[in-house]
Design a binder for this molecule. Structure first.
Ligand SMILES: *[C@@H]1O[C@H](CO)[C@@H](O)[C@H](O)[C@H]1NC(C)=O
Ligand SMILES: *[C@@H]1O[C@H](CO)[C@@H](O)[C@H](O)[C@H]1NC(C)=O
Ligand SMILES: *[C@@H]1O[C@H](CO)[C@@H](O)[C@H](O)[C@H]1NC(C)=O
Ligand SMILES: *[C@@H]1O[C@H](CO)[C@@H](O)[C@H](O)[C@H]1NC(C)=O
Ligand SMILES: *[C@@H]1O[C@H](CO)[C@@H](O)[C@H](O)[C@H]1NC(C)=O
Ligand SMILES: *[C@@H]1O[C@H](CO)[C@@H](O)[C@H](O)[C@H]1NC(C)=O
Ligand SMILES: *[C@@H]1O[C@H](CO)[C@@H](O)[C@H](O)[C@H]1NC(C)=O
Length: 197
């Protein structure tokens, strides 16, 4: 059988001298190995299996705990696979137990990703955890190359802007109808004249 009856308990809770990674979750050893360790656990040493720790998966074939790849994570112990990040989230680290919402000024349309895209010129993103990016409105501009959080209201000697334009505020006339506001709604909905980045 994969696990013997002798469950290793409190005697082995302190494992600070063990340097091999990954460490068992809370020092939890799953049992004596008399054969391969079961899926969801891994071969801790020659005679002992341990619960697969968070941030890793143990598919039961290699006997080893494998760190989740970037773009993936695992918050639970005993896992046989990792979870992919969903759109609007990312994970840049290997061996992660959580997923990270894209910061304001960035977005991620795809799952299983290690980064978020910065909102480029003419686009902005006011909220965290978003899969899409907003385009600016007529008369409003987002001038940075990356990570625009809010559009600016064009005024002064450069009062105009085409919607979603990388040209920013300009003195040149536009034929579009100037928007009085260019605010993203609290549920993430972009203002009018929005395109997906
Ligand atoms: C494996 O680890 C357990 C718990 O630390 C220990 O009791 C056992 O002696 C170890 N076995 C080997 C072969 O190192
Ligand atoms: C992990 O697996 C062991 C062995 O099957 C079980 O005793 C334990 O409750 C499991 N823990 C979790 C959090 O699933
Ligand atoms: C989960 O990941 C966070 C961030 O990396 C870390 O601080 C925490 O210790 C991890 N939790 C466990 C149970 O490993
Ligand atoms: C998002 O936009 C609102 C309204 O323009 C603003 O009050 C808020 O500060 C913005 N959020 C961030 C993080 O800049
Ligand atoms: C935007 O700028 C225009 C031109 O300066 C001004 O008329 C308008 O009141 C401003 N709107 C907001 C919401 O600040
Ligand atoms: C903008 O358009 C108005 C009306 O057509 C015109 O009078 C004005 O000269 C134009 N300004 C520029 C800078 O082209
Ligand atoms: C966002 O809120 C607006 C205004 O309350 C509503 O019309 C729109 O349907 C909402 N969109 C989503 C995706 O919930």
């Amino acid at each position: 059988m994969l696990f013997s009856s002798s469950f290793v308990s409190a005697a082995f809770m302190m494992l600070s001298s063990v340097t091999a990674l990954p460490q068992p979750e809370n020092g939890a050893l799953s049992g004596r190995a008399t054969g391969p360790c079961a899926a969801g656990s891994y071969l801790y040493n020659a005679t002992t299996c341990a619960f697969c720790p968070v941030g890793s998966y143990c598919d039961g074939t290699s006997g080893q705990a494998q760190q989740c790849d970037s773009g993936h994570y695992q918050p639970s112990i005993n896992s046989t696979s990792c979870l992919a990040t969903v759109p609007g989230y990312y994970q840049n680290a290997k061996g992660a137990n959580n997923t990270i919402p894209c910061p304001v000024g960035s977005y991620q349309p795809y799952g299983a990703q290690a980064f978020c895209y910065g909102a480029p010129k003419g686009r902005f993103q006011n909220m965290t955890g978003q899969a899409t990016v907003c385009g600016t409105c007529c008369g409003w501009a987002a001038p940075l190359q990356n990570n625009n959080i809010n559009p600016v209201n064009c005024s002064g000697t450069t009062p105009n802007a085409w919607p979603s334009s990388g040209d920013g505020c300009t003195a040149a006339n536009t034929t579009c109808v100037r928007a009085a506001t260019c605010i993203q709604l609290a549920n993430g909905t972009c203002p009018a004249e929005t395109i997906r980045g």
